[in-house]
Ligand binder design. Structure first.
Ligand code: GLU
Length: 442
């Protein structure tokens, strides 16, 4: 009997394609840029340059699977802009990754590094893969082959990757090693978010949420919210979500709801973030769902996540993926403050609705910039081969985040524009100034 052939060509034809504008983060990133450009009356020459990434690399990643077969994955590295310094940004492993998403995330990195004023441009990487379906060996081969494929365009002075969704210190160590084998010497500065033993930094793991905490502290002061009487809800319970819940709890807030891709939980008296993490880690499906002492927000994971966003809380922290706050639910959001730990969780239409409603938004490019800021600290330490203690890292991070929040907040007040547009204005201004000084060559 002849084996039925799988139409591989057809399957791969759709692999790299991008979704329609309504659900495409690149369109959202461009619309945000247009809005800021309009507000600040940006020179159209620079607007055009910023509306396109500097370089997009698409790579094929063949991986020998444990059963001996070969699987081929698609990956990208996008460098959006390097006017202010080497490109910088994480690498995402997710089944939903596509080229346009990586382009959007790279553009957001350009703004992020400019908002906190660290000497970098913006980049992002991604592989379309479900990492949970791979063994550790397969993941290592995938990561090393991807690192090899992008090695011509990364480097300590060119482009420095870091963790993002479903990647962490382990993957960064593999990338550091692969790159070091290629160049022939250990290069800890080529990637950040590494384990401490190979040139990582104290405080990098908690950095995204720690930076978010510092901006929330500033925001609740201007909003006159007493953290000891405040409630919070966190969507997503990965690195950023867990630490964000923990730090809001440390500030004295009641974290009444958290969720992940499998479900969400609610307790009006507050959840203990560490106990929830322990439950998630030991549960069969690695979920916060069915946490003892809390009720499940819904049987269906999607519905649970949707309900979490609309809870009557003071502080809402989306810490998962893009496009969760849209024109369809923005009107029902009750939080007074939104702090975006995720990249791109709010669509431009939803931004307008929330601004109208008077919700204070700490946009992603400010709220979650603590991650890349401590990445910068790690890069500096790696280059000097000199290591700082946790207190030094936290103090330096607090100074950066507080300064950035105040800069953005003042512009938002002064120009009567929403916080995202203010953050973009500040960032674009810095990037364009650098571009003007450098000029165009050749
Ligand atoms: N992936 C993180 C972000 O979106 C960190 C990037 C970095 O440290 O370079 O900001």
């Amino acid at each position: 009997m002849t084996e039925k052939r799988v139409p591989i060509g057809e399957a791969y034809a759709v692999l790299g394609t991008t979704p329609p504008p309504e659900v495409n983060p690149w369109y959202n990133a461009l619309r945000q840029l247009d809005k800021a450009a309009e507000a600040m009356n940006l020179d159209s020459s620079y607007h055009k340059i910023l509306a396109t990434p500097k370089r997009v690399l698409e790579v094929q990643i063949p991986v020998r699977m444990d059963d001996g077969s070969i699987e081929v994955f698609l990956g990208w590295r996008v460098q959006h802009n390097d006017a202010r310094g080497p490109c910088k940004g994480g690498i995402r492993y997710h089944p939903g990754v596509h080229r346009d998403e990586v382009k959007a995330l790279a553009m957001w990195m350009t703004w992020k590094t400019a908002v906190v004023d660290i000497p970098y441009g913006g980049a992002k990487g991604g592989i379309k893969v479900d990492p949970h379906a791979l063994s550790q060996g397969e993941l290592e081969r995938l990561t090393r082959r991807y690192a090899f494929m992008i090695s011509p365009i990364i480097g300590v002075n060119r482009d420095i990757p870091a963790p993002d969704v479903y990647t962490g210190p382990r993957e960064m160590a593999w990338i550091m090693d692969t790159y070091s084998q290629i160049v022939g010497y250990p290069e800890p500065g080529v990637v950040t978010g590494k384990p401490l033993e190979v040139g990582g930094s104290e405080g990098r793991n908690e950095a995204t949420a720690r930076g978010l905490q510092y901006t929330v502290e500033e925001a609740i002061r201007v909003l006159n919210i007493d953290p000891k009487r405040a409630t919070a809800a966190v969507q997503g319970y990965g690195n950023a979500g867990y630490f964000a819940a923990k730090f809001m709890h440390e500030l004295g807030m009641k974290v009444v709801a958290v969720s992940d891709s499998k479900g969400g939980i609610y307790n009006p008296d507050g959840l203990d973030p560490d106990a929830v993490l322990a439950h998630k880690q030991k549960s069969d499906d690695k979920s916060v769902r069915d946490f003892p002492g809390a009720t499940n927000l819904d049987k269906d994971a999607k519905a649970a996540n949707a309900k979490l966003l609309e809870l009557d809380v003071d502080v809402l922290i989306p810490a998962a993926i893009e496009n969760v706050i849209t024109k369809d639910n923005a009107d029902r959001i009750k939080a007074k403050l939104i702090a975006e730990a995720a990249n791109g969780p709010t669509t431009p239409e939803a931004d307008d609705i929330l601004h109208e409603k008077g919700v204070l938004m700490i946009p992603d490019i400010l709220a979650n910039a603590g991650g890349v800021t401590v990445s910068y600290f790690e890069w500096v330490q790696a280059r000097y081969r000199e290591w700082w203690d946790l207190e030094t890292v936290r103090n330096k991070l607090r100074a950066k985040m507080t300064r950035a929040f105040r800069d953005v907040y003042s512009l938002h007040e002064e120009k009567k524009i929403d916080m995202r547009t203010a953050a973009l204005w500040l960032a674009i201004d810095r990037v364009v100034s650098a571009m003007k000084w450098r000029g165009i060559w050749p």
